[in-house]
Design a protein around this ligand. Sequence first.
Ligand code: BDR
Ligand code: CA
Length: 319
Amino acid sequence: MKKKKKILLFCDPGIDDSLAIMYALLHPHLEVVGIVSSYGNVAQEQATNNVAYLLHLAGREDVPVIGGAKGPLSGEFTVFYPEIHGPEGLGPISPPDIIVGELLNFDRIFEIIERYEGELTIVEVGRQTALAIAYILGEEHMGKVKDFFIMGGAFLVPGNVTPVAEANFHGDPIAANLILNKAKNVTVVPLNVTSDAIVTKEMVDYITAYEYNPFTPLIKPIFDYYADAYSELIPGLNGAPLHDVVTLAALTQPQLVNYIHRSVTVQILERTRGQSVGDFRPGWEAEPSEVLHRIGMVLDFEMFFRDFLNVMTRSLHDQ
Ligand code: BDR
Ligand code: CA
């Protein structure tokens, strides 16, 4: 049997984050060994409650939940996105107040890294603040992470929160830069890839036609809310992009995304805040390998389509 990839997921659920959690728990080749929940699409307390609710539905209260950041490193006020993700992050659904069995101390992140030394992938699909804090508090542990998959940035396409910036990098550009500067083996899955991971209402009808798993009843109402929000944002768009799901899908399928290697930095100030920068000029002079990041450029949509339908129609018992 194929060995499962162990992942520690940093997220801010949020609709596409919630679908990413479901995808990860259903995926036969992924083992979720912890979830860090932070502010971003909603406040940190709400994000944590949403994580707890999804784990409870799956009967996976054994997955450690660690409370992440409540705001960016700059100390600025955070803007949430209820119009896209719903007032509580799950579209029209108001999750019950699930008490997280034990909301674990931040140090648990380092225990997880030590326990799975050399085989752990950190997947970051929210603002990067908590991950940056992990570097600040425990850099000696961070080198033991195998690799990082980060949803953020936008290359050669417009942003989604400003004309140049994508939401995760814009939310905490200081944190994003810190990670890009310090982390090794980083794959960046940016908006130019994730915006093509469009799921339609027809695809959702297919994956909810039968109650395949405990998440099925939630998927249609939360997705419809998200797709309706997108149809107002981008008139004519049939469906909505699952940015965070495709980041996990890229981890499980090496051929899903086509990559190039460049050194990425993030702009911090004023009008260009959150803009991801890499040298894309034709005469690009090779940069030293230690500063390079693997940047997603193009998505194989057909492969995403098949994989998404396949994973979301699995039972939790098919693992
Ligand atoms: C990213 O921003 C968030 O709102 C989404 O959950 C995703 O992680 C897309 O820009
Ligand atoms: Ca997210």
